[in-house]
Write a protein that binds this ligand. Structure first.
Ligand code: ACO
Length: 332
């Protein structure tokens, strides 16, 4: 339990998925696959795709406006913007600064967090630390991705999985009469197995060149089956760690929100963690894997449709390239 001076509260959330859809039927025209296989093996029906001229910061802007409105916080009251993404508008400047400008947030700390699919959980934990220890009162935490440019639509292992989308949460210092709290966060990384999921080109190791395009190194490369095993093992471990640390039993958790990578991974995590699928938020069907955005989009959808209510205990868990992972337990 927290002995800190202040408690964090998610005061508002928002999410945004661009209009264009990549359906399984459409993917059938690009690679040797079929709708039935994709639905059965991944749980995905379609993913969203940005339109021409729409960037990661634009998706984040739409989600952030909703979150700020719901929290009744002006953008100019933000002390910090944390932007979890592996698909920034550009390598430099960071996308948090781009978003700060679009929101007209004025002077505040603005930083991107690169932890792939664990990005939102990492960023929310960082926000909690800045609230708990006192220096900040209002923090915008974003998870947003435009992954479609990094996907090779000739590679059936990856093109069926990823999509574009954004979510945002305004995290504030809780008032005395608000009993919300982030109980704990446990964040991990294992760089020893970083080769399981990589984007080879575009960094200092393999700068862009004609060779990159010829060898298609601008696209993600994934060892799907290996990731699957690690994802199940790691997320169930992170969930158990959160409960043990706080002295909770699984039945004290109202909702689990895991990273939405594959519905079979989610079901296996629920099984190993020992919680019914009725308590697990699954939103993958209509968005696919949006990396850092999945957890916050799923949280926002479950809040908006009334599944998640104030006072309930919510356990977030994620797993992503790195390999990063983690959990966060909170009373919403
Ligand atoms: N359509 C039809 N058949 C396919 C497809 C496809 N799109 N892809 C693979 N297959 C075939 C394979 O060739 C194989 O055929 P074979 O038995 O004749 O060799 C068969 O289906 C089974 O292949 P597997 O790779 O074992 O399929 P699996 O059930 O493992 O599903 C998948 C593949 C969906 C990629 C799964 O492993 C997975 O979801 N892994 C995790 C991926 C992930 O989460 N990545 C990102 C994590 S990190 C982050 O989110 C940033």
């Amino acid at each position: 339990m927290s002995m800190s001076a202040y408690r964090s509260r998610i005061a508002g959330t928002g999410s945004f998925l661009p209009e264009n859809l990549i359906t399984n039927k459409y993917l059938e025209t690009l690679v040797d696959t079929n709708d039935e296989w994709i639905q059965e093996r991944t749980g995905i029906k379609w993913r969203h795709k940005v339109k021409e001229g729409q960037y990661t910061s634009d998706l984040a802007y739409e989600a952030s406006i909703q979150a700020l409105q719901e929290a009744q916080i002006k953008a100019s009251d933000l002390d910090m913007i944390l932007f979890a993404t592996v698909s920034p508008d550009q390598v430099m400047p960071n996308t948090a600064c781009v978003l700060q400008s679009k929101l007209k947030a004025g002077d505040c700390m603005a930083l991107d967090i690169s932890a792939a699919c664990s990005g939102f959980v990492y960023a929310l934990a960082i926000a909690d630390q800045f609230i708990k220890t006192g220096p900040m009162k209002n923090i915008l935490v974003v998870g947003a991705e435009v992954l479609t440019p990094y996907v090779n639509y000739k590679d059936r292992d990856t093109c069926i999985l990823f999509g574009d989308g954004a979510g945002a949460a305004v995290v504030t210092r809780a008032q005395d009469d608000q009993d919300s709290i982030i109980y704990s966060h446990h964040l991990h990384a294992d760089g020893e197995i970083s080769d399981l999921f990589v984007l080879p080109a575009g960094g200092s190791k393999v700068p862009f060149s004609q060779k990159v395009l010829d060898e298609e190194m601008q696209y993600v490369k994934m060892k799907g089956r290996e990731i699957f095993k690690h994802a199940v093992r790691t997320m169930s471990k992170c969930c158990k760690e959160a409960l043990e640390y706080n002295g909770f039993t699984p039945d004290q958790v109202d909702w689990v929100i895991p990273h939405q990578a594959n519905v079979r991974i989610i079901k296996a995590v629920a099984y190993h963690f020992g919680i019914s699928m009725e308590k697990v938020v699954v939103e993958i069907e209509e968005m696919g894997n949006t990396s850092a955005a999945t957890v916050i989009i799923a949280l926002d959808k479950a809040i908006k449709d009334g599944r998640i209510k104030r006072g309930q205990n919510i356990l977030l868990t994620a797993f992503g390239a790195g390999i990063t992972s983690g959990s966060l337990l909170m009373k919403y």
